[in-house]
Design a protein around this ligand. Structure first.
Ligand code: SF4
Length: 462
Protein backbone atom coordinates (compact mmCIF):
# COMPACT_ATOMS: atom_id res chain seq x y z
CA UNK A 1 0.00 0.00 0.00
CA UNK A 2 1.29 3.50 -0.85
CA UNK A 3 2.63 5.55 2.02
CA UNK A 4 1.57 8.78 3.66
CA UNK A 5 4.08 11.53 4.40
CA UNK A 6 3.74 10.55 8.03
CA UNK A 7 4.95 6.99 7.39
CA UNK A 8 7.73 8.11 5.06
CA UNK A 9 9.12 10.60 7.59
CA UNK A 10 8.66 8.15 10.46
CA UNK A 11 10.47 5.35 8.64
CA UNK A 12 13.28 7.65 7.50
CA UNK A 13 13.93 8.63 11.14
CA UNK A 14 13.31 5.29 12.86
CA UNK A 15 16.40 4.14 14.78
CA UNK A 16 14.75 0.95 16.03
CA UNK A 17 11.57 -0.44 17.49
CA UNK A 18 11.80 -0.73 21.27
CA UNK A 19 10.67 -3.80 23.24
CA UNK A 20 7.56 -1.93 24.42
CA UNK A 21 6.47 -1.24 20.84
CA UNK A 22 7.55 2.41 20.84
CA UNK A 23 9.74 3.76 18.09
CA UNK A 24 13.11 5.29 18.87
CA UNK A 25 12.94 8.23 16.51
CA UNK A 26 15.82 10.46 15.49
CA UNK A 27 14.89 14.13 15.83
CA UNK A 28 16.07 16.37 13.01
CA UNK A 29 15.45 19.65 14.81
CA UNK A 30 15.08 20.31 18.54
CA UNK A 31 13.65 23.70 19.48
CA UNK A 32 13.94 24.78 23.10
CA UNK A 33 12.80 27.72 25.21
CA UNK A 34 13.25 28.99 28.74
CA UNK A 35 10.32 27.24 30.44
CA UNK A 36 10.68 23.52 29.76
CA UNK A 37 14.48 23.31 29.40
CA UNK A 38 16.07 24.30 32.78
CA UNK A 39 15.40 20.99 34.59
CA UNK A 40 16.38 19.09 31.44
CA UNK A 41 19.76 20.86 31.39
CA UNK A 42 20.15 20.18 35.13
CA UNK A 43 19.62 16.46 34.52
CA UNK A 44 22.18 16.51 31.69
CA UNK A 45 24.70 18.11 34.07
CA UNK A 46 23.94 15.68 36.90
CA UNK A 47 24.72 12.76 34.60
CA UNK A 48 27.82 14.44 33.19
CA UNK A 49 26.36 14.15 29.67
CA UNK A 50 26.86 16.42 26.69
CA UNK A 51 24.23 17.67 24.24
CA UNK A 52 24.43 15.15 21.42
CA UNK A 53 23.70 17.49 18.50
CA UNK A 54 23.99 21.16 19.54
CA UNK A 55 23.92 22.11 15.85
CA UNK A 56 20.42 20.58 15.61
CA UNK A 57 19.23 22.46 18.71
CA UNK A 58 17.99 26.06 18.62
CA UNK A 59 16.78 28.13 21.57
CA UNK A 60 14.67 31.24 21.98
CA UNK A 61 13.14 33.23 24.84
CA UNK A 62 9.42 33.67 24.37
CA UNK A 63 7.04 32.58 27.15
CA UNK A 64 8.27 34.79 29.97
CA UNK A 65 9.54 37.77 28.00
CA UNK A 66 7.80 41.03 28.96
CA UNK A 67 6.28 42.70 25.92
CA UNK A 68 5.94 46.28 27.22
CA UNK A 69 9.71 46.77 27.62
CA UNK A 70 12.25 44.17 26.62
CA UNK A 71 15.22 46.06 28.04
CA UNK A 72 17.58 43.90 30.15
CA UNK A 73 17.67 43.20 32.97
CA UNK A 74 13.92 42.53 32.89
CA UNK A 75 12.01 44.16 35.73
CA UNK A 76 10.44 40.75 36.41
CA UNK A 77 13.14 39.03 38.49
CA UNK A 78 11.91 35.53 37.64
CA UNK A 79 11.96 36.31 33.90
CA UNK A 80 15.50 37.64 34.17
CA UNK A 81 16.66 34.57 36.13
CA UNK A 82 15.14 32.18 33.57
CA UNK A 83 16.75 34.09 30.72
CA UNK A 84 20.17 34.09 32.43
CA UNK A 85 19.79 30.37 33.10
CA UNK A 86 19.09 29.58 29.42
CA UNK A 87 21.94 31.85 28.33
CA UNK A 88 24.30 29.94 30.62
CA UNK A 89 23.10 26.53 29.40
CA UNK A 90 23.32 27.50 25.74
CA UNK A 91 26.85 28.87 26.23
CA UNK A 92 27.89 25.74 28.12
CA UNK A 93 26.50 23.31 25.54
CA UNK A 94 27.18 25.30 22.36
CA UNK A 95 23.55 25.99 21.39
CA UNK A 96 22.40 29.01 19.38
CA UNK A 97 20.05 31.19 21.46
CA UNK A 98 17.88 34.09 20.30
CA UNK A 99 17.40 36.50 23.21
CA UNK A 100 15.32 39.71 22.91
CA UNK A 101 18.45 41.69 22.04
CA UNK A 102 18.79 39.62 18.85
CA UNK A 103 16.64 40.49 15.86
CA UNK A 104 15.72 36.84 15.26
CA UNK A 105 13.94 36.46 18.63
CA UNK A 106 10.30 35.54 18.82
CA UNK A 107 7.90 32.74 19.66
CA UNK A 108 9.58 29.41 18.99
CA UNK A 109 6.90 28.32 16.49
CA UNK A 110 7.13 31.59 14.61
CA UNK A 111 10.91 31.86 14.30
CA UNK A 112 11.55 28.22 13.29
CA UNK A 113 9.72 28.62 9.97
CA UNK A 114 10.86 32.21 9.55
CA UNK A 115 14.53 31.23 9.74
CA UNK A 116 14.02 28.29 7.37
CA UNK A 117 14.89 25.82 10.15
CA UNK A 118 11.52 24.13 9.72
CA UNK A 119 11.66 22.04 6.56
CA UNK A 120 9.64 19.27 4.92
CA UNK A 121 10.48 15.69 5.83
CA UNK A 122 12.00 16.59 9.22
CA UNK A 123 11.14 15.27 12.63
CA UNK A 124 10.87 18.21 15.03
CA UNK A 125 10.45 18.22 18.80
CA UNK A 126 9.96 21.07 21.25
CA UNK A 127 8.88 21.31 24.87
CA UNK A 128 5.68 23.11 23.94
CA UNK A 129 2.31 21.65 23.01
CA UNK A 130 1.93 23.72 19.85
CA UNK A 131 4.98 22.25 18.12
CA UNK A 132 2.48 20.75 15.68
CA UNK A 133 2.62 24.18 13.97
CA UNK A 134 5.73 23.08 12.06
CA UNK A 135 3.74 20.32 10.38
CA UNK A 136 2.48 22.98 7.98
CA UNK A 137 5.75 22.38 6.10
CA UNK A 138 5.33 18.63 5.85
CA UNK A 139 7.38 17.88 8.96
CA UNK A 140 6.32 15.53 11.76
CA UNK A 141 6.50 17.89 14.72
CA UNK A 142 5.60 16.90 18.27
CA UNK A 143 5.33 18.67 21.59
CA UNK A 144 7.27 16.94 24.37
CA UNK A 145 7.63 17.15 28.16
CA UNK A 146 10.68 18.14 30.18
CA UNK A 147 12.03 14.59 30.62
CA UNK A 148 11.76 14.09 26.86
CA UNK A 149 13.57 17.41 26.33
CA UNK A 150 16.37 15.82 28.40
CA UNK A 151 16.25 12.68 26.23
CA UNK A 152 16.49 14.66 23.01
CA UNK A 153 19.27 16.87 24.35
CA UNK A 154 21.26 13.81 25.40
CA UNK A 155 20.58 11.49 22.46
CA UNK A 156 18.73 13.47 19.74
CA UNK A 157 16.18 10.66 19.96
CA UNK A 158 12.69 10.28 21.31
CA UNK A 159 10.79 7.14 22.29
CA UNK A 160 7.29 7.55 20.85
CA UNK A 161 4.22 5.49 20.08
CA UNK A 162 3.51 5.05 16.37
CA UNK A 163 0.43 7.03 15.29
CA UNK A 164 -2.49 6.35 13.00
CA UNK A 165 -3.16 8.89 10.26
CA UNK A 166 -6.46 10.66 9.68
CA UNK A 167 -6.84 12.58 6.43
CA UNK A 168 -8.94 15.72 6.99
CA UNK A 169 -9.99 17.18 3.70
CA UNK A 170 -11.48 20.66 3.45
CA UNK A 171 -12.78 21.59 0.03
CA UNK A 172 -14.18 24.75 -1.48
CA UNK A 173 -13.68 28.49 -1.00
CA UNK A 174 -13.81 30.21 2.35
CA UNK A 175 -16.20 33.15 2.41
CA UNK A 176 -14.91 36.64 3.11
CA UNK A 177 -14.44 37.02 6.87
CA UNK A 178 -13.78 33.29 7.35
CA UNK A 179 -10.19 32.32 8.06
CA UNK A 180 -7.90 29.39 8.82
CA UNK A 181 -8.71 29.84 12.53
CA UNK A 182 -12.39 29.25 11.80
CA UNK A 183 -11.51 26.12 9.83
CA UNK A 184 -9.49 24.55 12.64
CA UNK A 185 -12.03 25.54 15.31
CA UNK A 186 -14.72 23.91 13.14
CA UNK A 187 -12.63 20.74 12.75
CA UNK A 188 -12.11 20.50 16.52
CA UNK A 189 -15.78 21.22 17.17
CA UNK A 190 -16.76 18.37 14.86
CA UNK A 191 -14.16 15.76 15.92
CA UNK A 192 -13.87 16.76 19.58
CA UNK A 193 -10.89 17.69 21.71
CA UNK A 194 -10.01 14.01 22.15
CA UNK A 195 -10.96 12.93 18.63
CA UNK A 196 -7.35 12.96 17.49
CA UNK A 197 -5.84 10.93 20.33
CA UNK A 198 -3.51 8.34 18.79
CA UNK A 199 -3.54 10.12 15.42
CA UNK A 200 -1.53 12.43 13.27
CA UNK A 201 -3.82 14.67 11.24
CA UNK A 202 -3.05 15.14 7.56
CA UNK A 203 -4.83 18.27 6.30
CA UNK A 204 -5.57 18.60 2.59
CA UNK A 205 -8.21 19.43 0.02
CA UNK A 206 -8.66 22.43 -2.23
CA UNK A 207 -9.08 24.85 0.70
CA UNK A 208 -5.74 23.87 2.20
CA UNK A 209 -4.10 23.84 -1.23
CA UNK A 210 -5.08 27.50 -1.65
CA UNK A 211 -3.85 28.56 1.79
CA UNK A 212 -0.66 30.50 2.49
CA UNK A 213 1.96 29.06 4.81
CA UNK A 214 0.77 31.40 7.58
CA UNK A 215 -2.73 29.96 7.26
CA UNK A 216 -1.49 26.37 7.18
CA UNK A 217 0.53 27.08 10.34
CA UNK A 218 -2.63 28.28 12.08
CA UNK A 219 -4.37 25.03 11.16
CA UNK A 220 -1.52 22.72 12.19
CA UNK A 221 -0.87 24.75 15.38
CA UNK A 222 -4.18 23.69 16.89
CA UNK A 223 -3.94 19.97 15.96
CA UNK A 224 -2.99 19.30 19.56
CA UNK A 225 -6.22 21.01 20.70
CA UNK A 226 -8.05 18.27 18.80
CA UNK A 227 -6.01 15.62 20.60
CA UNK A 228 -3.72 14.82 17.64
CA UNK A 229 -0.04 14.38 18.49
CA UNK A 230 0.94 15.96 15.17
CA UNK A 231 -0.72 17.63 12.20
CA UNK A 232 0.71 18.27 8.77
CA UNK A 233 0.13 19.48 5.25
CA UNK A 234 1.94 17.87 2.32
CA UNK A 235 4.68 20.15 0.96
CA UNK A 236 3.96 21.83 -2.36
CA UNK A 237 5.03 24.85 -4.41
CA UNK A 238 3.63 27.21 -1.74
CA UNK A 239 5.91 25.54 0.83
CA UNK A 240 8.97 25.72 -1.40
CA UNK A 241 8.35 29.36 -2.34
CA UNK A 242 8.14 30.26 1.37
CA UNK A 243 11.41 28.48 2.15
CA UNK A 244 13.48 29.71 -0.80
CA UNK A 245 16.16 32.12 0.40
CA UNK A 246 15.44 31.66 4.14
CA UNK A 247 18.62 31.74 6.18
CA UNK A 248 18.83 28.07 7.18
CA UNK A 249 17.13 26.60 4.12
CA UNK A 250 19.42 24.95 1.57
CA UNK A 251 20.78 27.48 -0.91
CA UNK A 252 21.37 27.41 -4.70
CA UNK A 253 21.59 23.99 -6.30
CA UNK A 254 21.20 22.37 -2.87
CA UNK A 255 17.77 23.97 -2.62
CA UNK A 256 16.69 22.42 -5.92
CA UNK A 257 17.94 19.02 -4.77
CA UNK A 258 16.08 19.48 -1.49
CA UNK A 259 12.85 20.35 -3.35
CA UNK A 260 13.11 17.12 -5.33
CA UNK A 261 13.44 15.16 -2.08
CA UNK A 262 10.72 17.15 -0.31
CA UNK A 263 8.29 16.53 -3.18
CA UNK A 264 8.64 12.77 -3.01
CA UNK A 265 8.07 12.82 0.76
CA UNK A 266 4.45 13.96 0.21
CA UNK A 267 1.74 11.35 0.65
CA UNK A 268 1.11 9.24 -2.43
CA UNK A 269 -2.18 9.93 -4.26
CA UNK A 270 -3.38 6.44 -3.36
CA UNK A 271 -1.98 6.46 0.19
CA UNK A 272 -3.95 4.44 2.71
CA UNK A 273 -5.33 6.28 5.75
CA UNK A 274 -6.73 4.95 9.00
CA UNK A 275 -9.61 7.40 8.77
CA UNK A 276 -10.91 10.13 6.49
CA UNK A 277 -13.06 13.17 7.24
CA UNK A 278 -14.28 15.83 4.83
CA UNK A 279 -15.56 19.34 5.45
CA UNK A 280 -17.17 21.84 3.14
CA UNK A 281 -15.42 25.23 3.44
CA UNK A 282 -18.61 26.98 2.35
CA UNK A 283 -20.39 25.77 5.48
CA UNK A 284 -17.88 27.42 7.86
CA UNK A 285 -18.63 30.83 9.35
CA UNK A 286 -16.63 33.01 11.76
CA UNK A 287 -16.34 30.81 14.83
CA UNK A 288 -16.14 31.71 18.52
CA UNK A 289 -15.61 29.49 21.56
CA UNK A 290 -18.16 29.81 24.35
CA UNK A 291 -16.68 27.26 26.78
CA UNK A 292 -13.51 26.05 28.46
CA UNK A 293 -12.00 23.94 25.71
CA UNK A 294 -11.43 24.76 22.03
CA UNK A 295 -14.10 22.26 20.92
CA UNK A 296 -16.82 24.25 22.65
CA UNK A 297 -17.49 26.72 19.86
CA UNK A 298 -20.29 27.99 17.66
CA UNK A 299 -20.61 29.99 14.48
CA UNK A 300 -21.07 33.67 15.29
CA UNK A 301 -24.67 33.57 14.09
CA UNK A 302 -25.48 30.56 16.28
CA UNK A 303 -26.54 30.24 19.89
CA UNK A 304 -24.73 28.38 22.66
CA UNK A 305 -25.97 24.77 22.37
CA UNK A 306 -29.01 23.61 24.31
CA UNK A 307 -27.02 20.70 25.74
CA UNK A 308 -23.95 22.82 26.58
CA UNK A 309 -21.68 21.44 29.32
CA UNK A 310 -22.85 22.72 32.71
CA UNK A 311 -19.33 23.18 34.11
CA UNK A 312 -18.34 25.32 31.13
CA UNK A 313 -21.48 27.43 31.35
CA UNK A 314 -21.00 27.98 35.09
CA UNK A 315 -17.37 29.04 34.65
CA UNK A 316 -18.09 31.34 31.73
CA UNK A 317 -21.26 32.75 33.27
CA UNK A 318 -23.15 32.00 30.05
CA UNK A 319 -26.51 30.38 29.44
CA UNK A 320 -27.49 27.65 27.02
CA UNK A 321 -29.37 28.98 23.95
CA UNK A 322 -27.94 32.49 24.44
CA UNK A 323 -26.43 34.09 21.32
CA UNK A 324 -22.63 34.40 21.36
CA UNK A 325 -22.89 37.58 19.30
CA UNK A 326 -23.24 40.55 21.62
CA UNK A 327 -21.10 39.03 24.41
CA UNK A 328 -19.36 42.00 26.05
CA UNK A 329 -15.56 41.77 26.17
CA UNK A 330 -13.03 43.53 28.43
CA UNK A 331 -9.77 42.67 26.68
CA UNK A 332 -8.77 42.02 23.06
CA UNK A 333 -5.56 40.10 22.38
CA UNK A 334 -4.07 39.59 18.93
CA UNK A 335 -0.91 37.51 18.94
CA UNK A 336 0.47 34.01 19.81
CA UNK A 337 1.98 31.24 17.73
CA UNK A 338 -1.48 30.57 16.29
CA UNK A 339 -2.21 34.04 14.94
CA UNK A 340 0.69 36.42 15.59
CA UNK A 341 2.10 36.44 12.06
CA UNK A 342 2.27 39.27 9.55
CA UNK A 343 -0.79 38.24 7.55
CA UNK A 344 -2.82 38.10 10.79
CA UNK A 345 -1.73 41.61 11.71
CA UNK A 346 -2.39 42.89 8.19
CA UNK A 347 -5.92 41.51 8.20
CA UNK A 348 -6.64 42.90 11.67
CA UNK A 349 -5.31 46.30 10.56
CA UNK A 350 -7.72 46.26 7.62
CA UNK A 351 -10.61 45.97 10.10
CA UNK A 352 -9.23 48.45 12.63
CA UNK A 353 -8.25 51.25 10.22
CA UNK A 354 -10.27 54.38 10.84
CA UNK A 355 -11.98 53.04 13.99
CA UNK A 356 -11.44 53.43 17.73
CA UNK A 357 -11.22 50.65 20.32
CA UNK A 358 -14.34 50.70 22.54
CA UNK A 359 -13.62 52.79 25.68
CA UNK A 360 -14.06 49.88 28.09
CA UNK A 361 -11.71 47.53 26.18
CA UNK A 362 -7.98 47.04 26.73
CA UNK A 363 -6.55 45.99 23.37
CA UNK A 364 -3.12 44.46 22.81
CA UNK A 365 -1.35 43.54 19.61
CA UNK A 366 1.76 41.42 20.04
CA UNK A 367 3.81 40.31 17.01
CA UNK A 368 4.87 36.67 17.10
CA UNK A 369 8.47 37.63 16.41
CA UNK A 370 10.64 40.70 16.12
CA UNK A 371 10.77 40.11 12.36
CA UNK A 372 6.97 40.17 12.18
CA UNK A 373 6.99 43.37 14.24
CA UNK A 374 9.57 45.02 11.95
CA UNK A 375 7.68 43.97 8.81
CA UNK A 376 4.42 45.36 10.23
CA UNK A 377 6.12 48.61 11.22
CA UNK A 378 7.68 48.92 7.74
CA UNK A 379 4.07 48.86 6.44
CA UNK A 380 3.10 51.40 9.14
CA UNK A 381 0.52 48.99 10.54
CA UNK A 382 1.59 49.80 14.11
CA UNK A 383 0.37 53.36 13.49
CA UNK A 384 -3.07 52.05 12.50
CA UNK A 385 -3.32 50.14 15.76
CA UNK A 386 -1.91 52.88 17.99
CA UNK A 387 -4.27 55.46 16.45
CA UNK A 388 -7.16 53.12 17.14
CA UNK A 389 -6.17 52.73 20.80
CA UNK A 390 -4.36 49.37 20.71
CA UNK A 391 -1.12 48.86 22.64
CA UNK A 392 1.63 47.86 20.18
CA UNK A 393 4.02 45.50 21.99
CA UNK A 394 7.34 43.68 21.59
CA UNK A 395 7.46 40.05 20.46
CA UNK A 396 6.55 37.19 22.81
CA UNK A 397 3.85 34.79 23.95
CA UNK A 398 2.22 37.57 25.97
CA UNK A 399 -1.36 36.88 27.01
CA UNK A 400 -1.59 33.43 25.39
CA UNK A 401 -0.28 31.77 28.53
CA UNK A 402 0.39 34.87 30.63
CA UNK A 403 3.69 33.69 32.16
CA UNK A 404 4.66 37.36 31.95
CA UNK A 405 3.06 40.64 33.03
CA UNK A 406 0.32 40.43 30.33
CA UNK A 407 -2.55 38.89 32.30
CA UNK A 408 -6.30 39.05 32.62
CA UNK A 409 -7.66 40.37 35.88
CA UNK A 410 -10.57 38.88 37.83
CA UNK A 411 -13.46 37.71 35.65
CA UNK A 412 -12.44 39.69 32.58
CA UNK A 413 -13.60 38.33 29.23
CA UNK A 414 -10.91 38.29 26.53
CA UNK A 415 -11.44 38.01 22.80
CA UNK A 416 -8.25 36.17 21.91
CA UNK A 417 -6.52 34.99 18.74
CA UNK A 418 -4.59 32.36 20.74
CA UNK A 419 -5.27 28.64 21.00
CA UNK A 420 -6.48 27.69 24.48
CA UNK A 421 -9.50 28.79 26.48
CA UNK A 422 -8.90 26.58 29.52
CA UNK A 423 -9.93 27.86 32.95
CA UNK A 424 -7.36 30.40 34.14
CA UNK A 425 -5.30 30.15 30.94
CA UNK A 426 -4.71 33.87 30.56
CA UNK A 427 -3.30 34.56 33.99
CA UNK A 428 -6.39 35.10 36.14
CA UNK A 429 -7.85 31.98 37.82
CA UNK A 430 -11.31 33.24 36.93
CA UNK A 431 -10.52 34.95 33.62
CA UNK A 432 -12.55 33.96 30.56
CA UNK A 433 -11.26 33.43 27.02
CA UNK A 434 -13.20 33.52 23.76
CA UNK A 435 -11.07 32.11 20.93
CA UNK A 436 -11.60 33.54 17.46
CA UNK A 437 -9.70 34.75 14.40
CA UNK A 438 -7.55 37.91 14.63
CA UNK A 439 -10.03 39.72 12.38
CA UNK A 440 -12.86 38.79 14.75
CA UNK A 441 -10.77 39.99 17.72
CA UNK A 442 -10.16 43.29 15.94
CA UNK A 443 -13.88 43.67 15.25
CA UNK A 444 -14.74 42.83 18.88
CA UNK A 445 -12.18 45.37 20.15
CA UNK A 446 -13.92 48.11 18.21
CA UNK A 447 -17.48 47.07 19.00
CA UNK A 448 -16.71 46.20 22.63
CA UNK A 449 -18.53 42.92 22.15
CA UNK A 450 -18.52 39.87 19.91
CA UNK A 451 -19.69 40.88 16.45
CA UNK A 452 -19.72 39.26 13.03
CA UNK A 453 -16.62 40.58 11.26
CA UNK A 454 -18.36 40.06 7.92
CA UNK A 455 -20.61 43.02 8.61
CA UNK A 456 -17.54 45.22 9.11
CA UNK A 457 -15.72 43.85 6.06
CA UNK A 458 -18.56 44.99 3.83
CA UNK A 459 -17.33 48.53 4.42
CA UNK A 460 -13.61 47.71 3.97
CA UNK A 461 -11.83 47.78 0.61
CA UNK A 462 -10.38 44.35 -0.32
S1 SF4 B 1 2.12 31.57 22.07
FE1 SF4 B 1 1.08 30.31 23.59
S2 SF4 B 1 0.92 28.25 22.73
FE2 SF4 B 1 2.39 29.43 21.50
S3 SF4 B 1 4.39 28.88 22.33
FE3 SF4 B 1 3.71 30.74 23.40
S4 SF4 B 1 2.59 30.05 25.23
FE4 SF4 B 1 2.86 28.26 23.86
Amino acid sequence: MADTLFHKVWNAHRVRTLANGQTQLFIGLHLIHEVTSPQAFDMIRQHGWRVAFPERTVATIDHIVPTASQRRPFLDVMAEEMTVSLERSCREFGITLYTPDREEQGIVHVIGPQLGLTQPGLTIACGDSHTSTHGAFGAIAMGIGTSQVRDVLASQCLAVEPLKVRRIEVNGRLSSGVYAKDVILSIIRRLGVNGGVGYAYEYGGTTLDAMSMDERMTICNMSIEGGARAGYVNPDDTTFAYLRGRRFAPQGAAFDRAVAWWRQMASARDAAYDDRVTLDAGSIEPTVTWGINPGQSVGVSERIPTDADAEALAYMGFEARAPIRGTRIDVAFIGSCTNGRLSDIEEAARIVKGHRVAPHVKALIVPGSQEVGRAAEARKLHEVFIEAGFEWRGAGCSMCLAMNPDKLEGRQVCASSSNRNFKGRQGSPTGRTLLMSPAMVAAAAIAGEVVDVRTMLEAVPA
